[in-house]
Design a protein around this ligand. Structure first.
Ligand code: S3P
Length: 188
């Protein structure tokens, strides 16, 4: 079995305890919420970007800059292939992961997808200086870029099993809402 750097041990795939995948735009809170939900449920958490950075020994921005976006997408795909053989994790892929239908098909079924909704303006605000670590948003018109990404991805995001509107909620409240959805779905 592949080794992932997670807080809890990773178990083999189990249809009764599928992965939970948090999807949404950059700035929707996938990493913070994923960590919180994993802690609440005692499940292993994996942020795919962080895992790719750890394995490649360089930040995502550098991978984009030196090898190009296509190379990064291949790393995302390879990691996703490893994840299809294990189960029960809380996963936070980057916002563009869902744009490759192959990634989705590798995990779902049985994985459960939860979409974290956020307004574009709020997402940019939440990212703050962290926007400089998102190569696709280091452009003269970041809001316009995010809108373009959203338009291209919204149908895929909307095809999730559940969604949480994060707009008026604190991170703690979103964590609670997602944890509840996972528990209610019997996937905990
Ligand atoms: C991307 C989002 C980023 C990261 C990469 C590409 C995207 O992750 O994977 O910069 O295509 O939207 P976050 O969603 O965590 O910002």
């Amino acid at each position: 079995m592949a080794t992932f750097r997670t807080s809890q041990p990773v178990s083999p795939i189990d249809a009764g305890r599928p992965h939970v995948v948090l999807v949404g735009l950059p700035g929707s809170g996938k990493t913070t919420v994923g960590e919180g939900v994993a802690t609440a449920l005692g499940r292993p958490f994996l942020d795919l970007d962080r895992e790719i950075e750890r394995r490649e020994g360089m930040p995502v921005t550098q991978i984009f800059g030196e090898r190009g976006e296509y190379a990064f997408r291949q790393l995302e795909r390879a990691l996703t292939e490893e994840l299809k053989d294990v189960g029960g994790m809380i996963l936070s892929p980057g916002g563009g992961w869902i744009a490759s239908p192959e990634n989705v098909l590798l995990l779902r079924p049985p994985a459960r997808f939860i979409y974290l909704r956020v307004r574009l303006e709020t997402a940019i605000k939440r990212l703050g200086p962290q926007r400089s670590t998102r190569p696709l948003l280091v452009r003269p018109d970041p809001l316009g870029e995010l809108r373009r990404l959203y338009e291209a991805r919204k149908n895929a995001y909307e095809a999730s099993d559940d969604s949480v509107d994060t707009e008026r909620l604190s991170a703690a409240q979103v964590i609670e809402a997602v944890t509840e959805l996972v528990r209610r779905a019997g996937a905990a």
